[in-house]
Write a protein that binds this ligand. Sequence first.
Ligand code: SF4
Length: 463
Amino acid sequence: MKVPLACSESEEDHPPPLRGGSPGSRTPNLPACVDSIRSSPFPVPARLWNDWRWQMKNRIRDVSSLLSGQASEADVEGARRAAERFPMAITPYYASLIQKLDPRDPIFRMSVPQLDELCDPVYLRRDPLEEDRDMPIPGLVHRYRDRALIVTTSTCAMYCRHCTRKRVAGQRDSVLSPSSMRKISAYLRAHPEIHDVIVSGGDAFTMSTRALERVLACVRAVPSVDIIRIGTRVPVTMPMRVTDELVDMLKRYHPQWINVHFNHPVEMSAEASAACAKLADAGIPLGNQSVLLRGVNDDLRVMEELCRKLVRNRVRPYYLFQCDLVRGVEHFRTPLTRGVQIMEYLRGRISGLAIPLFIVDTLHGSGKVPVLPNYVVSQSPTHTVLRNYQGFLTSYPEPFAVEPIPIDNASLGVSDLACGRITKLVPGPEPGHHRKARVVAGSRRNHKRKGFAMASASSGRRA
Ligand code: SF4
């Protein structure tokens, strides 16, 4: 279709057609403001649409402009109140993936505030993973012995409604200062046990390439750091940010890994696919961390399609997270059994390479727990009974004699309890251990105060 052009020189300047529409045609179900951005008579030239700074500058931040005339007054008011508590920002690109202005649309549901975000049962928390308390210095989370996470910025291209860091993301725009970065560098040098540094946020890809390079150079200069991991949702929400300039810079800081965050197959558009290809071509292994979200991807076939699309795009499905117990996400939470059901469905249906681990990130910063369907049906000293994904039972004979693995006192674990080499396990001096001990002691004191009987450590739960 010939499109009347208002502010571009040629048809090549135009962005690719919207899903379900074409440049110059109004697609009734699209958000009015996005439709007007991309459609005739004021089309956005491709050179702007494909410019990530233009996308950042033109993020939709006002609920009324998105919903006016398209939703009931009550819904608009509910969304406005939710956005007052948790900020909203949607890139025009991501908004263009919306098919219907309706919470049943997965893209709408993940990006547009809803009144439900104000419903907070008592078990939801501001910081369920207690990251703030595992920060030895501002901007650095050190929870696990060999890993640390740097919070580089509080800005994201889009503020996901299900975000675990709602307390940070978008609440105030800030970037790590040079003096904070110097302190982080000193901390990493003083802790040579840290081999893996995760560069996170907010979203580090919203920083300028030069600012991000300063962070990466600083981390890479620490001799004990082996790998750098970047966690980003930008290839999903603003794929035009993955420029040649960015990729050329990243290539200088190998070995590194990037974890992206796709939740729904619709998010793997042609643009997102091209962004993943650029990163993969630069030799960066890509993993995906999804969150299981009610009404978005808590469906067997949706999850299968997502996993297939990811591997086709050289992205390894890494984790499927159970929704954290964070305030404002109750309407996204699913029962744990839903995740187990999805894992049951995927096993045997798609390649193991395409199956993520289903993970619950536990309270008090106690770490990630994989939750699996039960494949071990029974065990005796001579045989283990296993079932496969179809329910077929088989027995695995154990070998006659096995040499015990020598005890390594530096890394005792549950496996040492299981084979009877130790009778008691007390967690070692991990970062945050003392705080967790206090949490347990504190809750025990509280229970005593309230007159509850507490199971003692010698009650049989621990040998
Ligand atoms: S991009 Fe990540 S940090 Fe930012 S809002 Fe989304 S989930 Fe949260």
